[in-house]
Ligand binder design. Sequence first.
Ligand code: SDX
Length: 432
Amino acid sequence: MNDQTGSLKVSDKSVDLPLKKGTVGPDVLDIGKLYQDTGMFTYDPGFTSTASCESAITYIDGDKGVLLHRGYPIEQLAEHGDFLETCYVLLYGELPTAAQKADFDYRVTRHTMVHEQMARFFQGFRRDAHPMAVMVASVGALSAFYHDSTDITDPNQRMIASMRMIAKIPTLAAMAFKYNVGQPFVYPTNSLDYTSNFLKMCFAVPCDDYHVNPVLARALDRIFILHADHEQNASTSTVRLAGSSGANPFACIAAGIASLWGPAHGGANEAALKMLGEIGTVDRIPHFIARAKDKNDPFRLMGLGHRVYKNYDPRAKIMQKTSHEVLAELGINDDPLLDVAMELERIALHDDYFIEKKLYPNIDFYSGITLKAMGFPTNMFTVLFAVARTVGWIAQWREMIEDPHQKIGRPRQLYVGATKRDYVPISKRREG
Ligand code: SDX
């Protein structure tokens, strides 16, 4: 890190702020001592200009539409590797050798089952509970089952908890799906690869043989790669903040799932497909675009826009290609939702409003069409996002825990409430 110094003039005071440079991307001004030097806080509610940490895991250049995991471009990881290879890269920082990959796959595969009591834990939910609600609860409940890997000061326990989380999240996701549709849970099959195993746990039934479609398995594996990590997004920041207090990793991942559920974040894939369905046909698009532009209308075009990408989300391009592959494999040649999505994208890329505000399709724009074609109901879309993002949350959580300078996250505020005033007995308070 090459340090220089920035300076800030506040009324009659001038303070020096250490300037830190990363390996690539914007420099940062270290304001850690600003309050003690000036008695003032900085103010940035949406963290639009605030770096919360130092990280070596994922780099995004929003203007160029670049996404790197440990320096490897997302396009190359998605094209040449599988999801567990991306997991290895995120966790260990390097591409695995053949022996390292085989060992990693073996270790993950040996943690795919959940404690048998978990099955009874599900019985407490209504069948129509949203699968994301079930995921928040069941992942949090893992800390009630795996006490032997909750001591975050023990590197070995951190590693076991990491492997358990990555291995069990597909099993819990499939259980949430099966419970929702009223079918029996399907145990993991260790002879299958990670994503084929997940598809079988979701779609196999006791009364029929189930054969994984390799084209769909490859497509879903690639979709998992695209969703694996994304710098300090809302859910990752939630996991880091929860973990900064020393909370166990299962509880931290449950907090991340809760944050991901929001429609402005991971819930956008479910919302985007519902929006495409509401638009219904290409001729209704102008009406919805007018609504999106109307300041008095809270309607937003889900799957468009991004806090960081002010260019095309590189993941969306791969998602679009994957959606065509899946629809072709399934013989779906005339999906009206895809027609609406393609026309909406074409208009958005040429309309002044979207160009001025730099609103491009993001990863959630095409994912719903693909997942629906694969047979997943819309309420499972964000669950699939959580399955993939768990490795990113775990990698970021471990980086935070293993940072020697790490301390509990505790932001301050700009207070705009009442100043000090005395208590008034109820008998003396005026009505109305
Ligand atoms: C994900 O952070 C990540 O990395 C997230 C993610 C990941 O992998 O973890 O990439 C995954 O969450 C992708 C984003 C999914 N969300 C959506 O698709 C929901 C629709 N998009 C938006 O709500 C919005 O674009 C956000 C939330 C994604 C980003 O919001 P920002 O950065 O806070 O931007 P903003 O809301 O201030 O919008 C800037 C302007 C506004 O207009 P003005 O007030 O300046 O006049 O653009 C407009 C907004 O009204 N705008 C939109 C719009 N998104 C922004 N107008 C119409 N439709 C939209 N979708």
